[in-house]
Write a protein that binds this ligand. Structure first.
Ligand SMILES: NC(=O)c1ccc[n+]([C@@H]2O[C@H](COP(=O)([O-])OP(=O)(O)OC[C@H]3O[C@@H](n4cnc5c(N)ncnc54)[C@H](O)[C@@H]3O)[C@@H](O)[C@H]2O)c1
Length: 251
């Protein structure tokens, strides 16, 4: 399915990863432009070439706030037409609670939660100035159910924080035309879940928790992100969407 991205230019963090690259492809397929950012420069630069002209790559580590803000400033000089932010970059933390030390906790919160804050904060004044825009944060089912699939306490806490941040930005951004939504995937087949996928016992245990009985392809959560990023979701903000095969059924 292709959503219309005519006139849209989107920054995608973690844009050369499994889910991020599917999002980037979807935006280009819909007639938009993508600014892929990541820390894996070789992969990012190679990937952006496959997207064709009008798309670009920037090194941007969301875990180093001052550098990330400086890169956003440069991006906005180079691409003042930027009107969409998609926060996909993230790391997993899978240690049992009693083995999580301060360094593991801090690494996970710094990248997943603080990094998402830094990007929203760096883009907010620009989106306000241009009369609005759309932000989508890739969260996780872990943020709703306390982890338990692959991510544990630090990961679940970071993603629960992303969900709260998403709603707060939606509330304060609404009057400026800024929409902010999040997508909570569950087990998705990317590099992040290679270890889980290769451990048959753990894999089968996780699959048994998913009503649809399988893992997602990265294009599946990407589709929900693309919906939230497009004008098809013009009256949707503050929504935390589940793309998890049916694990969370709230209402
Ligand atoms: N794969 C899953 O099962 C799953 C489930 C729920 C949520 N998620 C979330 O989806 C998002 C994308 O994950 P994925 O599955 O595509 O994994 P992935 O490992 O394929 O992609 C993650 C990308 O983020 C980049 N990255 C890591 N640290 C970064 C940093 N400090 N700054 C900038 N970029 C950084 C990596 O280089 C990589 O390209 C993550 O936020 C993850 O938490 C994934």
């Amino acid at each position: 399915m292709v959503f219309d991205f005519t006139g849209k230019t989107a920054i995608v963090t973690g844009g050369s990863g499994g889910i991020g690259s599917e999002i980037a492809r979807g935006i280009v397929a819909g007639g938009g432009h993508v600014i892929v950012t990541d820390i894996d420069d070789a992969k990012g630069e190679a990937f952006v070439k496959t997207l064709g002209k009008g798309n670009s790559y920037y090194h941007l580590d969301i875990g180093t706030p001052n550098e990330a803000r400086a890169t956003v400033t440069q991006i906005l000089v180079d691409h003042p037409e930027t009107n969409t932010l998609i926060n996909v970059a993230g790391v997993i933390s899978a240690k049992p609670f009693e083995e999580i030390d301060d360094a593991e906790w801090s690494r996970t919160i710094t990248i997943n939660l603080n990094g998402t804050f830094t990007m929203c904060s760096a883009l907010f004044p620009h989106l306000k100035k241009i009369g609005g825009g759309r932000i989508v944060n890739v969260s996780s089912v872990a943020g709703k159910i306390g982890g338990g699939l692959l991510g544990t306490a630090a990961y679940a806490s970071s993603k629960a924080g992303v969900n709260g941040l998403t709603k707060a930005v939606a509330k304060e951004g609404g009057k400026y035309g800024i929409a902010c939504n999040a997508v909570c995937p569950s087990f998705t087949l990317t590099q992040m879940t290679t270890a889980l996928n290769e451990d048959k016992t753990k894999h089968d245990k996780v699959i048994a928790m998913i009503p649809l009985g399988r893992a997602a392809q990265p294009s599946e959560p990407a589709q929900m992100v693309l919906f939230f990023a497009s004008d098809a979701a013009s009256f949707v903000t503050g929504e935390i969407g589940d793309c998890d095969g049916g694990i969370v059924m709230d209402g």
